[in-house]
Write a protein that binds this ligand. Structure first.
Ligand code: ADP
Ligand code: MG
Length: 498
């Protein structure tokens, strides 16, 4: 089920909102047909003049959910009528672009305000804009120094949870002291931790709550699964999965900057087109890197959570969690980098036996069951590569040089031998790395989960699967393999309770 299409029984259209024709024209031009769930709920409430607090996952169309109804009510009289506060510079630019797109036929200009660049140009733009999209730091600067004076009727906090995570609470509170009391305030957040609710109480007036239920809020376009590996197998597992999935564009998440750097050089040495993204990068360098990723040239991004905040690249096909995130919120944010704009995506998480408890908690918090999978063997990857190779060969143009090459070879060899040699040569270039089996089999994982959920120590499990896993592929999947039944027996005969 796509997130924007057929999400509800009702067949609602954008025209049902009766927006101004100039706004509707922009919606048509953007190719939006049906409003997303959060748009269906938020747009009428905002048009009625309510404050709202809305929870919905990333990639569910929140920008249009607040942008369309506020722009519909704007006069384009040369004053700043709307203020949108977002956590990062990238998001400011993205949101600003999207709002510009919706408002251009209505004569609504946008200005973008963020740190790290000169003041003058931004101030100039603000003076001509109907909508200001700003990051908290620079906005607070401009307001406190009196460099800009604005009285917006509409104030939006976008990605509010991320702003609090990034430590912007004081700035936000301070900014509100400069804003008119008579205003409509809209708060959007992917998650609703306590801090967000508290802030909402302070800045919102009788808000209507919108919560796109968990299953709707976790984008159903994203296939989510996890693989269980030993700590030392992470790199091999990652390379094998990339080889197997052959992702067009992917992001690999790590916990630390150090890990980002290490993985970038490791994957580069394996021949992948990789780039790292972490918090310490200079803004310019960061932009160049992101552009490289958006336009091709770089297929894989290795990033920390902070660095990937607000990153909106529309066609990320795969998100890899090299390390499981620290909490469920980060998990939601991470996987939200794929499956955007109604496209499908895949989120893959590597966990060690000791981390199974965390993955179970994430499943519970997020309200989705993740699929357990076994890492393909070298042979399996080889087979799938062979299929690709066959397709590629079938689609190749025969060249003059190739004909001459075969003629030369035919002096000494028969044609079948030549074909075999060439095929071997081609396969060699595919070179699937690593050992045959990586990670745990399904049965071992099931067993471990059972133990984990019963509160048994992971150490007991560890001895067991080492013996049963490993070289014999069959033992990885068959329920009644020797290893499995032996452990079942032992567990039953010696019940433990803590
Ligand atoms: P969020 O803020 O919830 O993360 P965005 O507002 O950035 O999501 O929207 C994600 C993508 O989906 C954008 O590229 C946007 O243009 C697109 N989009 C939003 N609403 C719709 C819609 N109703 N139909 C099709 N595409 C949409
Ligand atoms: Mg957004």
């Amino acid at each position: 089920m796509k997130s924007y299409i057929n999400t509800k029984e009702t067949d609602m259209k954008f025209t049902d909102f009766n927006l101004k024709s100039t706004i509707q024209q922009a919606i048509d031009e953007a190719g939006f047909k049906e409003p997303s769930p959060v748009q269906k709920e938020a747009i009428p409430l905002i048009l009625e003049g309510n404050d709202i607090i809305a929870q919905a996952q990333t990639g569910t169309g929140k920008t249009a959910a607040f942008g369309l109804p506020i722009m519909d009510q704007m006069k384009a009289d040369g004053s700043v009528e709307g203020l949108v506060i977002v956590p990062t510079r990238e998001l400011a630019m993205q949101v600003s672009d999207e709002l510009y797109r919706f408002g251009k036929y209505a004569g609504l200009k946008t200005a973008t305000v963020y740190g790290g660049t000169a003041y003058a140009k931004q101030i100039e733009r603000v003076k001509q804009a109907s909508i200001v999209v700003a990051t908290p730091g620079r906005l607070q600067d401009l307001l406190m120094s009196g460099k800009i004076k604005i009285t917006p009727r509409f104030v939006v906090l976008d990605e509010a949870d991320e702003m609090l995570d990034m430590g912007f609470l004081d700035e936000i509170k301070n900014i509100f002291t400069f804003l008119p009391k008579e205003r409509q305030t809209l708060m959007f957040s992917a998650t609703m931790p306590k801090g967000i609710r508290k802030l909402a109480e302070q800045i919102l007036h009788k808000p209507k709550t919108i919560s796109i239920t968990k299953t709707e809020s976790t984008n159903t376009n994203i296939a989510q699964h996890y693989y269980v590996v030993q700590e030392r197998e992470r790199d091999d597992a990652l390379v094998r999965l990339i080889d197997f999935k052959n992702p067009a564009k992917s992001i690999i998440f790590c916990r630390m900057k150090k890990e980002v750097d290490r993985l970038v050089s490791h994957l580069t040495s394996q021949g992948f087109k990789v780039s790292g993204l972490h918090g310490d990068m200079e803004q310019k360098q960061r932009e160049v890197t992101i552009r490289g990723f958006k336009q091709g040239g770089i297929d894989i991004f290795v990033a920390t959570d902070v660095a990937a905040r607000g990153l909106d690249v529309n066609d990320v096909t795969h998100v890899f969690n090299y390390h499981i995130p620290f909490d469920s919120e980060s998990y939601v944010h991470r996987i939200g980098r794929t499956g955007r704009a109604g496209k499908t995506g895949e989120a893959i998480t590597l966990v060690t036996p000791a981390e199974l408890r965390t993955i179970k908690k994430i499943e519970k918090d997020v309200g989705t069951k993740l699929l357990t999978q076994v890492i393909p063997t070298r042979q399996e990857v080889q087979n799938s590569k062979s299929d690709e190779l066959i397709a590629a060969i079938a689609g190749t143009q025969i060249t003059e040089n190739a004909i001459n090459l075969v003629k030369t070879l035919q002096h000494d060899l028969d044609i079948v031998t030549i074909a075999h040699l060439l095929a071997s040569r081609l396969q060699e270039s595919q070179n699937i790395k690593g050992k045959e089996n990586i990670g745990l089999g399904l049965e071992e994982i099931e067993l471990l989960i059972e133990r984990t959920m019963r509160g048994r120590g992971n150490d007991r499990g560890r001895g067991g699967y080492r013996k049963s896993g490993g070289s014999n592929r069959n033992s990885r999947n068959r329920r009644n393999s020797q290893g499995g039944s032996r452990h079942r027996g032992r567990r039953n005969s010696k019940p433990r309770r803590d």
